[in-house]
Write a protein that binds this ligand. Sequence first.
Ligand code: SF4
Length: 467
Amino acid sequence: MFEQIPVDIGLVHEGERVRKNDMQVELGGPAEPEKCEIVLVRPVDAITDGDISIVGPDIGSMEEGKHYPLGILVEIAGAKVEQDLEGVIERRIHEYSNYIEGFMHLNQRYDIWIRLSKKSFKKGLNSFKYIGQVMLELFRNELPILEKIQITFITDPEKLKLLYREALERYESRDARARGLLDRDVDVFYGCALCQSFAPTHICVITPQRYANCGAISWFDGRAAAGIDPKGPIYEIVKDECLDEEKGEYTGVNESAKKRSMGEINRVYLYSAFGYPHTSCGCFEGIAFYIPEADGFGIVLRGFRDITVNGLAFSTMADSTAGGRQVDGFHGISIEYMRSARFLHADGGYERVVWMPAETRERLKDFIPPSVYPAIATEKDVKTIPELKSFLINLNHPVVQKWKSDETAARATADRTAVLSAGDIPITAGGYRIILKNAKITAEKVIILPVRAPPPGGGEHRGAQKK
Ligand code: SF4
């Protein structure tokens, strides 16, 4: 099927990384303000089936090591092809293009970030025509309902502007459609395992009130995808019994997560960043990060290039968040989930959010309760945690009341106990490494003992014990 393509194509290449030193060119990514990929349904006679067009410079004429803007427009048609399918078919661009050796595709929609390796370029992968051919074949093969398909790659910045604007409008209208439906209105949620090539234990659980982490798949998209390909990567999850309404825990979700994560994830709280939070692969649009000093959350989106209020950049926290793990206080989220009334519901929702970039706060203005909006600090208000705390006190953020009641409770128990909470606590014993995941330990006394290296000549030696 891929005889004309100069590099190998296959599942084995999914999840491949192309490091900066190894890249021939970068397309989209953080350095490019405008980039996008979009699938649009067109009338059958508006499409030239199999056509691949390139508008602007092709890969072969791009300078080595540089970055360029890119728009990928996939136009589809067919008697059974409805607009509802655009979002899920669009997500397949990520999957299919990652089958190409030395071609790394990350993220989605207006956040795409692509790198082509020098090695694959030297093998002859020097044109978007090849990328288009691979995508065409895979789309046709895997989604026979597509009767016609044409693909356009746009690298000309002026032409890209037009597509970018159209794409933003289309994303918004898709997202708006899913608003209003509640979790309790439906009997089934949808799971997506498309990102398991990057994070093998991760699945997204998509509910009417919890949009997928990548921001590309709504509950309606999940329904459409599972309808056309029930055995595909997007599948139905019967909710079953609700174990905890506040946290959003369902027996059906737990069972599905256990099965799809090969026993690694046994419980999922859909609406909390603590305990058994929803996992994150690496495609999340943003991170909700816990700030212990303020007992609140900061929010940072992928596009924010500065340091956040806790001194860390998005990229640093992304490493702690990704990988399909359940990490207390580092939570991958989508922008649309931040518009949900169930956003971090069990943790206090926006009453617990204390910091976010000004641009993000403005973008979400209509969804943040007006009573909290001015009390959420931005990078323009504060730069450090002490400044943040003063800001929250001055603006009477709801979290400040929580500090007061927590202080009272803490004073009442301070004489009796010390509490230690940690994400993963490793213990080495009997030749095995045991990890207590998300352990919370209460102790009457904490004893810290220095452990010294064995003296020259061997033998076991422990330092003097101190209490
Ligand atoms: S982030 Fe989630 S919903 Fe989006 S493609 Fe990956 S697994 Fe699917």
